[in-house]
Design a protein around this ligand. Structure first.
Ligand code: GRF
Length: 198
């Protein structure tokens, strides 16, 4: 059986994409083939990371985004979609057509600090404001509820005295996101390839 053709959707700097690319280049993703990177932001640095790694990149603007995305995914034979710092909320119509085929990395321990409006630095600002002592990251399946799908992996990260949203975001990325996402891509790709129910 062929490797699972995988697309990564991005909006920003692409550090999570880079973690997946690096893991793939280290041979840690034997069941996934990184075939496509799509951004909804023309200038996303994540696109440059993909180009450097020799992965096809596409920018899709707001008008008819999901329709164009669906057509592109079909054209490329994509079987697994990874949201990595992707800021658009995909419609129920789009996600429900692809059960178990879309995964997302969120920078908190869901169900804390997630859902509508919780993304990027704002997640860490809210964790610090609440005064939690532990946060972390979650990889989950994507359904029509923002950050609502079945959890795949989680990893806890301590909050330290003097943490700012920026220092906390960096630690959560380094100690959780960049570790969990490649692991989840391989786990789900393997399940798709060999038919294990997810
Ligand atoms: C980060 O806050 C990450 O936690 C979230 O999206 C933001 C940008 O990630 N998933 P990236 O550097 O573009 O991967």
């Amino acid at each position: 059986m062929l490797k699972v053709k995988t697309a990564v959707l991005v909006s920003g700097g692409g550090t999570n994409l880079q973690a997946v690319i690096d893991a793939s280049q280290r041979g840690e993703l034997p069941d996934a083939e990184l075939s496509l990177v799509v951004s909804d932001r023309r200038g996303a640095f994540a696109l440059q990371r993909a180009e450097k790694a020799g992965i096809r990149t596409e920018y899709i603007g707001r008008d008819g985004f999901e329709q164009k995305l669906s057509a592109l995914l079909d054209e490329c034979g994509i079987e697994l979609i990874v949201l990595a710092g992707f800021l658009k909320i995909l419609s129920a119509d789009f996600t429900e057509k692809r059960p178990g085929r879309i995964i997302n990395i969120h920078p908190s321990l869901i169900p804390s600090f997630c859902g509508e409006g919780y993304y990027g630095l704002r997640v860490h600002e809210q964790a610090l404001k609440y005064g939690v002592k532990v946060t972390g990251a979650t990889v989950h399946y994507v359904n029509h509820i923002p950050d609502g799908g079945k959890i795949i992996y989680q990893k806890a990260v301590d909050i330290l005295d003097g943490d700012t949203p920026e220092t906390l975001q960096r630690r959560v990325m380094e100690q959780a996101e960049w570790i969990l996402l490649p692991k989840a891509v391989e786990k789900v790709a393997k399940e798709i390839r060999y038919g294990k129910s997810y």
